[in-house]
Design a protein around this ligand. Structure first.
Ligand SMILES: Nc1ncnc2c1ncn2[C@@H]1O[C@H](COP(=O)(O)OP(=O)(O)OP(=O)(O)O)[C@@H](O)[C@H]1O
Ligand SMILES: O=P(O)(O)OC[C@@]1(O)O[C@H](CO)[C@@H](O)[C@@H]1O
Length: 304
């Protein structure tokens, strides 16, 4: 089972405004609500790709209920820890460019936090533990590390998709797989990662330090894959971009699904790029058929 843990889920309110005017009254052409947050996106895509998955994390109030009912509707198994606070709404404004306003997390009590640690302790060596997204500031600084350590001690394969201080704090746990984008990598190493060569150089350092597999995503410019056997570059296919929210999560889901199914890492990387781009070309997360269509348009090159 692939468990995804979203400590700070959200409803993504995706609103399209033709010519957004800051400070004026704007009327939207469309507004859609999606169950969001990185782990939730990963579980939704895993389900579409046919993998066994369970979404965990914290959910509270009417927004938490909406997320659970949306996951039920899609047949995505979940075991959220209920919290007293209300889960956030994240605004994704599409008006030529994409502007995001991600809300603050509800406060999580010590008792609520402990319940999730206990649940993580139920994992076994047959499971994956993916942790993604921001960490509520009310949690202790080492909380995500405690969860990862708990899962790892049970033999689960751990995957990290966070950024900033949370990512830095989790690297010493030597995850099996991480997928920073090039901005997150630049921030982590306090340097400018703008080319695939830069990304590969830094990803190699991470692999030499004990991380199993690193994908650095670079939006429309493609992605880089590094493990201790090889380095691959991918070129993103061209298409009409509709919504890139969740493109990175789609990559993570496809990579785990394909490794879980026994494919070689470079093959899983090829599928990961296809899934990322297929989501960028759809309004919501992509479907399995859309990933299959995009797959043949992705080029990957072995550079080492
Ligand atoms: N404009 C685009 N054209 C084609 N493919 C794209 C485009 N943007 C993203 N992708 C695909 O999606 C992958 C992930 O994109 P990106 O680097 O933006 O991830 P991210 O920043 O983690 O996204 P998010 O956090 O919103 O999920 C890319 O490697 C690429 O395969
Ligand atoms: O605020 P965080 O936790 O860093 O990111 C949350 C988020 O932007 O990430 C997902 C896309 O990857 C969205 O569904 C969600 O709104």
């Amino acid at each position: 089972m692939i468990y995804t843990c979203t400590l700070n889920p959200a409803v993504d309110y995706v609103v399209r405004v033709e010519d957004f005017q800051a400070g004026g009254l704007n009327r939207s052409e469309s507004a859609d609500l999606y169950a969001g947050g990185k782990g939730i996106n990963v579980s939704r895509l895993l389900k579409r790709l046919g993998s066994d998955t369970c979404a965990i994390g914290f959910a509270g109030g009417f927004i938490g209920d909406f997320i659970k009912s949306e996951l039920d509707r899609e047949g995505v198994f979940h075991r959220f820890t209920s919290v007293h606070g209300v889960t956030r709404i994240n605004v994704k404004l599409k008006s030529g460019t994409e502007t995001e306003i991600n809300g603050p997390a509800p406060s999580i009590s010590e008792e609520e936090a402990n319940r999730l640690v206990q649940l993580t302790g139920e994992l076994t060596e047959h499971d994956w533990f993916h942790i993604g997204g921001s960490v509520p500031s009310s949690l202790p600084a080492d909380y995500a590390g405690t969860l990862m350590d708990t899962a790892r001690k049970k033999g689960a394969r751990v995957v990290v998709d966070t950024s900033g201080a949370a990512l830095k704090a989790l690297l010493p746990y030597n995850p099996f797989f991480i997928k920073p984008n090039h901005h997150e990598l630049s921030e982590l190493f306090n340097t400018d990662v703008s080319t695939k060569e830069d990304a590969a150089f830094i990803a190699k350092k991470l692999v030499d330090g004990g991380i199993g597999n690193v994908i650095v995503s670079m939006g429309g410019d493609g992605a880089v894959f590094v493990n201790n056997e090889s380095i691959y570059f991918a070129v993103s296919p061209k298409g009409t971009v509709k919504n890139t929210v969740g493109a990175g999560d789609s990559m993570v889901a496809a990579f785990m699904a394909k490794i879980d199914a026994g494919l070689e890492p470079h093959e899983a990387f090829h599928w990961a790029v296809a899934a990322g781009s297929a989501t960028a070309f759809s309004d919501d997360l992509c479907t399995k058929e859309e990933v299959e269509d995009v797959y043949s348009h992705v080029k990957i090159v072995n550079v080492e």
